[in-house]
Design a binder for this molecule. Structure first.
Ligand SMILES: N[C@@H](CCC(=O)N[C@@H](CS)C(=O)NCC(=O)O)C(=O)O
Length: 209
């Protein structure tokens, strides 16, 4: 898919293409039927994007990057919503196959490329790995959303009219309720510090846990 005009595409250049071709040739010799042309739609400051970049780099997989500006709403543009209907980053395009959700993407990458594997051999160990990934999705990821909202997004939300803010919150496929709950005042300071302990149940409700 061609990236929207506001999204910046950064290609690794012909060196990456050559590496991609070499990887595809090596994979084909090993009987693996996949080429390794990866494009990652992501945002530099997003923790979910960082997870995926970490795995791509740790596995030495070359990838093209399309950087979205979350403050300008690139994640809600129609072209991007066709790739990721949740309107969030990251999204991985592997040779036209679209994979969404950072946890799913990291497991997918470990499946299609065996180099520097992160997945334990033993089923019990694999179950532990998945439990840890679920924990990260349920606890630290929602917790970090609150200070991120206050520190990164709130200053621009406060400049919007109440109507514009409401319309923007309503347009978020995955974060409607969260945005509405946080509102244009955000979370109180005792909640929105990185050290505050949060769960998805108490995020932004204005009361001590
Ligand atoms: N479960 C999703 C969550 C993705 C997510 O919340 N991404 C954030 C950045 S870390 C985002 O795109 N926020 C933009 C927004 O809420 O509009 C995943 O892990 O990929």
């Amino acid at each position: 898919m061609p990236p929207s005009q506001t999204m910046r595409e950064e290609k690794g250049g012909s060196a990456h293409c050559e590496v991609n071709r070499a990887l595809a040739a090596a994979a084909s010799k090993l009987g693996i039927n996949a080429s390794m042309a990866f494009t990652l739609y992501n945002a530099p400051q997003s923790t979910c994007s960082q997870r995926v970049r970490f795995v791509l780099n740790a596995k030495a997989l070359p990838f093209n990057e399309v950087k979205l500006n979350l403050l300008e709403g690139d994640q809600l543009k129609p072209d991007y919503l066709k790739l990721n209907p949740n309107g969030v980053v990251p999204t991985l395009d592997h040779d036209g196959a679209i994979i969404i959700d950072s946890t799913v993407i990291t497991e997918y990458l470990d499946e299609v490329s065996q180099a520097n594997s992160f997945t334990p051999e033993h089923p019990v160990e694999r179950a532990r790995m998945r439990a840890l990934m679920h924990f990260i999705d349920e606890m630290p990821a929602p917790a970090v959303r609150v200070p991120t909202f206050n520190l990164a997004f709130l200053p621009s939300f406060q400049k919007m009219s109440a109507e514009a803010f409401h319309a923007m919150a309503e347009s978020k496929p995955l974060r409607k309720e969260f945005m509405t709950k946080m509102g244009q005042t955000g979370a109180p300071a005792w909640v929105a510090t990185p050290a505050a302990t949060m769960t998805s149940e108490n995020e932004g409700n204005g009361k001590p846990p």
